[in-house]
Design a protein around this ligand. Structure first.
Ligand code: AP5
Length: 191
């Protein structure tokens, strides 16, 4: 199965949930930029303080910060056997930076899994998570802003991976297990 993966999809589409399952199954790390930022915020680092102001509004953290963080994470030993990028790249310039980071190691993305589900289901899932986890960006106005940013900045990435023959769309409606099964089948196809 392919082992250098990008997970695409709107906020709340299941990237984190499916990334964790795939990570356990394939024995490769999930690199979630959102989770890395939340960890920095929890630890009160300077990077966390900077990221928080953008995240709380549903806006993207500046590319220079994200790119440096991803480059350093991909340099750790565990990424040598493969990795699942969750939430990165998130705009077209980040795709180009990722390409050059990977090219330095003679690597390339092997598949970009794109989770698809209706917007109202997304909002429903995130408002439910808000009641459980209280994530700072899971309020309805910020969810709507994250969706707008997604459509404007992140959605165009799908066309880039499509043009490379790497885009792997997955229907994200249904149980976690059902979606996981679709992801597995999609990645096995043509492996
Ligand atoms: P990030 O953490 O990446 O947030 P996101 O993309 O908005 O995605 P979520 O974590 O909300 O959702 P998900 O798709 O992972 O779904 P999940 O599995 O959690 O980024 C947060 C912020 O960080 C950004 O807004 C930005 O500010 C900054 N950032 C991050 N990366 C950046 C970058 N590259 N550049 C610039 N800034 C960046 O599922 C959602 C919920 O649904 C959960 O409660 C889950 O339990 C539930 N669920 C999952 N699957 C199912 C299912 N099949 N059925 C029912 N419920 C389900």
């Amino acid at each position: 199965m392919k082992r250098r993966l990008v997970l695409l999809g709107p906020p709340g589409s299941g990237k984190g949930t499916q990334g964790s399952l795939l990570s356990a199954e394939l024995g490769i790390p999930t690199i979630s930029t959102g989770a890395l930022f939340r960890d920095q915020i929890a630890r009160g680092t300077a990077l966390g303080v900077e990221a928080q102001t953008y995240m709380a509004q549903g806006h993207l953290v500046p590319d220079r910060v994200v790119n440096a963080m991803v480059q350093s994470r991909l340099g750790l030993a565990d990424a040598a056997v493969g990795f699942i990028l969750d939430g990165y790249p998130r705009n077209v310039p980040q795709v180009a930076v990722l390409d050059s980071i990977l090219a330095e190691a003679d690597w390339a993305i092997e598949a970009a899994v794109s989770f698809e589900l209706p917007e109202e289901l997304i909002v429903e899932r995130l408002l439910k998570r808000a009641q459980i986890e209280g994530r700072l960006d899971d309020t309805e106005p910020v969810i709507r802003e994250r969706l707008a940013v997604y459509h404007l900045q992140t959605e165009p990435i799908a066309a880039v991976y499509q043009s490379r023959g790497l885009l792997t769309p997955v229907d994200a409606v249904g149980s976690v297990e059902l979606v996981a099964d679709r992801v597995r089948r999609a990645l096995e196809a043509g492996a």
